[in-house]
Design a protein around this ligand. Structure first.
Ligand code: SAM
Length: 242
């Protein structure tokens, strides 16, 4: 019989391991048409600047759409396989204004030699702990040009995500299926806990006020915007409090 001690002495899950062989960023659709639309929404919020740091750029699925609008783009990720995919796309498009760096949220800063007008991270906050979000904002602050912004795109809203999971936003919403979905979610959560892995690949979710309070602590104000393409995600656009 497996003892309680054995169950709790579980191997440590890490997002770095999880992403080490991944090649896609997990967008709802991976068609060029959809990704171009997603990138356009983000470019609307970025709203200019000449230099962009795309932290957690993954396979460059959004970065390649940002690149034509910036003089310089630096893509950063801790996954070699993701960066390799990004590199292929950059070479295919013959972009000469893009650098790709292998680094994580701690090591990236020592690898940068310039400030940025925009620092962005799309679909990445969910893989950071609150402490990591805090230190990311603090470090990023030192690498922002005057008037620069930090844009965290596609943060998971826990309330909306739970509703989405049980099918609340579905077009063919059937009330009797909800109980079944709630039960399935509970079972998945318990087994994930026992196996010391996340219940799904979505990672951490944050209420907007949690991100806002971390931002304020670091001298930033936050603008909230709902994601157009994901019912349960939102964007947090941070600017320094004057
Ligand atoms: C869901 S993917 C999104 C990729 C890309 N931003 C996009 O929207 O297509 C998340 C990416 O963040 C990277 N990532 C997660 N945590 C990271 C960390 N602490 N440091 C560096 N990269 C990280 C992963 O390797 C992965 O490529």
């Amino acid at each position: 019989m497996v003892s309680v001690e054995t169950v709790f002495k579980r191997s440590k899950f890490s997002w770095e391991d999880y992403f080490s062989d991944k090649k896609k960023g997990g967008h709802r659709f991976s068609t060029e048409e959809f990704l171009a639309k997603e990138a356009k929404e983000k470019l609307f919020h970025l709203n200019g600047g000449k230099t962009l740091l795309d932290f957690g750029c993954g396979a460059g699925e959004l970065l390649i759409y940002y690149a034509p609008y910036y003089e310089k783009v630096v893509g950063v990720d801790f996954s070699r396989s993701m960066l390799l995919e990004a590199k292929k796309k950059v070479l295919k498009r013959k972009y000469e204004n893009v650098d790709l760096l292998l680094a994580d949220d701690r090591t990236v800063w020592e690898k940068l030699d310039t400030k940025f007008d925009q620092i962005t991270a799309a679909g990445v906050v969910q893989y950071l702990t609150p402490e990591q979000v805090d230190s990311f904002i603090r470090n990023a602050s030192a690498y922002l040009s005057e008037g620069g912004k930090i844009s965290f795109f596609d943060i998971i809203d826990p309330k909306l995500y739970s509703l989405w999971k049980i099918g609340w936003f579905s077009q063919d919403f059937i009330p009797r299926d909800i109980l079944l979905r709630v039960c399935t979610c509970c079972v998945k959560r318990v087994s994930a806990f026992l196996e010391n892995r996340p219940a799904d690949i979505i990672g951490n979710s944050y209420n907007p006020n949690q991100i806002e309070s971390i931002a304020r602590k670091n001298g930033f104000q936050m603008e909230y915007a709902k994601s157009v393409y994901y019912e349960y995600r939102y964007h947090a656009i941070l600017t320094k409090i004057p």
